[in-house]
Design a binder for this molecule. Structure first.
Ligand code: NAD
Length: 249
């Protein structure tokens, strides 16, 4: 199987309808052992149990460096290696520039951007020791097109920051056979927008998309598996659009 004997860590992976959990499910079906990291209220252990035996769920807050390090160490103690990290945890907020408070800015940037840095820092030494690894960072089409779909400008900034961070890490760690790539999903139907977009608004958006539909979590899971696996062995620093053609550039 494609991911036989591989160990994958997925942040924000416990939400049953989310991109992270769909990725976990696909990775597990391809032979990987998966560690789902998420906040306590998301009950990561319960989510991991749904993947079957041989997977784990850990409470970890990606905005807290010690929490990221403790989770990575626990995965390494139990599974001995980390082959892939998916930096998926993220939150959004649909507000306009003049409404963004300092606290909003901190909250939104901390989860996506600081979280991507802290969790990458937590797994990189183990990847360096093995001279092998793949880090997949979930950015957003809103980083590329300047928002305008759901999240506010601070969300676009956080996700654009993720692109810059990932590209710089790709350059820094390429010589050690550690690849770092990004996915820029378009509008994917998950809990992040649940109840916040009317069916009419969703239809309006779908009408502007060449593939004429919103994305599903599975659409992004396939891209994560590609980037986490050796199928993408010569890709680093890339941005893989999974947006149905919403942005063609
Ligand atoms: P989701 O809300 O289902 O998933 C986000 C997960 O992150 C949740 O499980 C949540 O508990 C977790 N999380 C939040 N704060 C955390 C923290 N501090 N530490 C650890 N975990 C934390 O939403 P989703 O749509 O599956 O989003 C996954 C990622 O995809 C996010 O980064 C999001 O910004 C990005 N994204 C989503 C879309 C979309 O349309 N759904 C589009 C582009 C990008």
């Amino acid at each position: 199987m494609l991911l036989e004997d591989k160990v994958a860590v997925i942040t924000g992976g416990a939400g049953e309808n989310g991109l992270g959990f769909a990725t976990a499910r696909l990775m597990a079906s391809l032979g990987a052992r998966v560690a789902l990291l998420d906040l306590e209220r998301a009950e990561p252990a319960k989510a991991a149990a749904q993947l079957g035996a041989g997977h784990m769920g850990l409470v970890a807050d990606v905005t807290d460096k010690a929490s990221c390090e403790a989770a990575a160490q626990q995965v390494l103690r139990q599974y001995g290696r980390i082959d892939a990290l998916v930096n998926n945890a993220g939150i959004t907020q649909p507000v306009k520039t003049l409404e963004i408070t300092g606290a909003d800015y901190d909250r939104i940037l901390d989860v996506s951007l600081r979280g991507t840095l802290y969790m990458s820092q937590a797994v990189l030494p183990a990847m360096q020791a093995r001279q092998s690894g793949s880090i997949v960072c979930i950015s957003s089409v809103s980083a590329q097109r300047g928002g305008g779909i759901f999240g506010g400008p601070h969300y676009s900034a956080a996700k654009a920051g993720v692109l810059g961070l990932a590209r710089a890490m790709a350059r820094e760690f390429g010589g050690q056979n550690i690849r770092v790539n990004c996915i820029t999903p378009g509008l994917i139907e998950t809990d992040i927008t649940k109840g916040k977009l009317t069916p009419d608004r969703k239809q309006e958006i779908a009408d502007t998309i060449p593939l004429a539909r919103l994305g599903s979590a599975k659409d992004v899971a396939g891209a994560c598996v590609f980037l986490a696996s050796e199928l993408s062995g010569y890709c680093t620093g890339i941005t893989l659009d999974v947006n149905g053609g919403m942005l063609i550039h």
